[in-house]
Design a protein around this ligand. Structure first.
Ligand code: NAD
Ligand code: AKB
Length: 319
């Protein structure tokens, strides 16, 4: 049975990936870690430890104490927050990854490393974006993501570390809030649709981005780590895709469930510029061919499931 340590586990992805890993590999075999205390199930239902991934000794100790053979390295600073403090994003995203890879090398662990659509930039072909193409991102977050992809490849080639990863699109979920990215509007809109019946969007109505519902992202993260290594021509940074939409088409889909939903726009120039530099649609042929990737949720299924679950979550106590 695997022994898995998850960094950055209290965030949007970890809040759903950790329970899925615990269900699959056993609660006691998955140690959730983060720099901040976790709330609810993450720390109540299984082991949790405070670990700062920029502190290599602390990370090493946690891996040794838990006898981990696998690390899911989720700790990161996302795009919009990263532009507010680029050097912090550099230190956490690249420093934390370098520490994780060194610990994995010396303690013989496999590592899951998430990259992002942010690893691409304005000179990348946007629709579709090939698996292997130009990567000249213009955010610090993107710079750390493309460098992280290369570092993961390097540790695999140079030291034989079993590094694997996917490029997540913008992720949509109802359990934990997003951590300060450019795609956050696609989560906020659902909360405001349920609470207020209206939302003011910070991206322009026709800004198309690649997006995915969290259950698909969680499944992809587990499936790529379980894939037959002899089938993998790539190891890291697989494009994965499920759906593409714009703020306007998402609002229309929500309106089919929330009649009268009002969408207004107050564009944030920073996040608009970032969004315009990212792919409109990823070509995920390599993931489909090499490890059988296939999404389950399209836009209609996502919207229906988000609204059902958020209505339950936001219902007044006693309802
Ligand atoms: P998040 O911001 O929600 O969570 C990141 C977590 O990392 C937070 O809980 C934070 O406390 C923790 N953290 C920050 N600094 C740390 C440190 N020094 N040591 C340990 N933990 C630290 O992010 P997320 O959405 O859960 O993202 C997880 C991974 O997926 C990241 O690598 C991110 O780049 C990638 N990703 C996410 C999305 C998305 O839409 N959520 C899309 C593409 C890629
Ligand atoms: C962000 O918007 O920064 C993230 C991402 C796409 O990596 N959601």
């Amino acid at each position: 049975m695997k022994r898995i340590l998850v960094t950055g586990a209290a965030g949007q992805v970890g809040s759903e990936l950790v329970p899925a890993l615990r269900q699959r590999y056993g609660t006691d075999n998955v140690l959730a870690t983060d720099i901040r205390p976790a709330e609810g199930a993450l720390s109540e239902d299984g082991p949790f430890k405070l670990v700062d991934c920029t502190d290599r000794d602390a990370l090493d100790l946690a891996v040794v104490d838990f006898a981990s053979d696998t690390i899911y390295h989720l700790a990161a600073i996302l795009s919009a927050v990263g532009e507010a403090d680029p050097l912090k994003a550099y230190a956490v995203n690249l420093g934390g990854l370098a520490n994780t890879l060194e610990v994995a090398r010396t303690r013989d662990c496999a590592v899951f490393i998430p990259s992002s659509i942010a690893a691409f930039g304005p000179s990348t072909p946007p629709d579709p974006t090939p698996q292997d193409t130009i990567q000249r991102p213009t955010t610090m977050y993107g710079v750390t993501k493309v460098a992280g992809e290369l570092l993961a490849d390097y540790y695999s080639l140079r030291y034989g570390v079993d590094t694997r990863g996917v490029r997540y699109p913008g992720l949509i979920s109802y359990l934990a809030p997003p951590g300060g990215g450019t795609t956050d509007y696609a989560v906020e809109i659902f909360y405001e649709a349920v609470r207020e019946g209206r939302y003011t969007c910070f991206l322009e109505p026709d800004t198309q981005l690649d997006m995915m519902y969290m259950p698909d992202a969680v499944r992809a993260s587990i499936e790529v780590m379980e894939a037959d290594p002899s089938m993998l021509k790539h190891r890291n940074a697989f494009n994965i895709a499920a759906m593409q939409f714009t703020p306007d088409s998402l609002a229309q889909a929500i309106r089919r469930h929330v009649p009268g939903f009002i969408m207004e726009y107050q564009v944030d120039p920073l996040r608009q510029r970032i969004a315009e530099s990212w792919p409109r649609r990823l070509d995920d042929t390599a993931a489909r061919e090499e490890w059988g990737w296939a999404p389950e949720y399209d836009l209609e299924a996502l919207v229906a499931d988000m609204l059902v679950n958020l209505r339950k979550k936001l219902a007044p106590v006693g309802d």
